[in-house]
Design a protein around this ligand. Sequence first.
Ligand code: FA5
Length: 339
Amino acid sequence: MKIDEIVQLKDAALREAAAAPDAQALEEVRIKYLGRKGMLPEIMKGLKDLDPANRPVAGQKANELKNELTDLVTERKAEFESAGSQSSPGEFDATLPGQWHRLGSRHPITQITERITEIFHNLGFTVAEGPDIETVYHNFDALNTPEDHPSRDMQDTFYLENGDLLRCHTSPVQVRYMETHKPPVRIIAPGRCYRRDTPDATHSANFHQVEGLYIDKDVSLADLKGDLSYFAQQLMGPDVKIRFRPHFFPFTEPSVEVDFTCHVCHGKGCRVCKNSGWIEILGAGMVDPNVFKAVGYDEYDVTGYAFGMGIERIAMILFGIQDIRHLYENDVRFLAQFG
Ligand code: FA5
């Protein structure tokens, strides 16, 4: 091979190596020129047939081809390796180990909400929803809340500039549902609530409740007690008992607070239940006739019960969580325990 042919071959080899799209194509260029049966060994073999005067220059050009091509191949190979790709883009290598993402877990609040929803679903309840931003009418007026009731106070409720507010309980969902549906009604309404409570171990300014509402002809306090007993046993276990304590809510009459026997001491008395044997779980009562009037129901035709429970408090009891703030801090070490 003549000297200028060797130079042309070198140029072609360098161009091909520079244009190789991936490591495999680069290796093919290397083998084509530098491999044992490649073009460079051929050139070397042919040197002896050249005019002795041209041999040294031809040999030098052949060496340049070898050295420059070797350097370029080494450099480009390193580039492909650092780009982490030995294969062409888009090519899938099924033999490589997979990349596993750590699985998350459902938040304890979600888990409890789903469990409560499931239990009431068994009793024929469906899920209803309402807005977090409420009118004063739906949050207070239609729920028979007196003008001077402390919960209406700016100190207790977050008001917006336009006079609306962030609902302080899920009870306005009752009103919205009854406004748009005729009896019978059997709903639960899980959702966020907002209060200007100072955060501590058991209070948060933003927590969750589940509202329940059952309206039909002749619904009685006995239905409330039966359904809540079933709920308590499904949630906490077959030995759990419930008790009603008289209470006051503007939207129910009579009103009760409902306690479950302590899940730790089973009613004997311990530190968790402050030796009473009982744990307060929810507020409830028979829907006040004034609420029926507000939503356009005939208060002489139907009766019903309603209840509202705090989901954080139930999660804390069931999972043994000491401080409600753990539920909001999103510390993965805490959340990972509820997988
Ligand atoms: C109510 O909110 C009534 N709407 C419940 C009701 C509905 C009664 C229907 C009758 C008929 P109360 O203010 O007690 O009631 O709140 C209910 C539950 O919400 C409490 O038992 C508690 O578990 C939870 N809760 C209230 N304030 C907070 C708070 N700041 N942080 C966490 N949970 C709270």
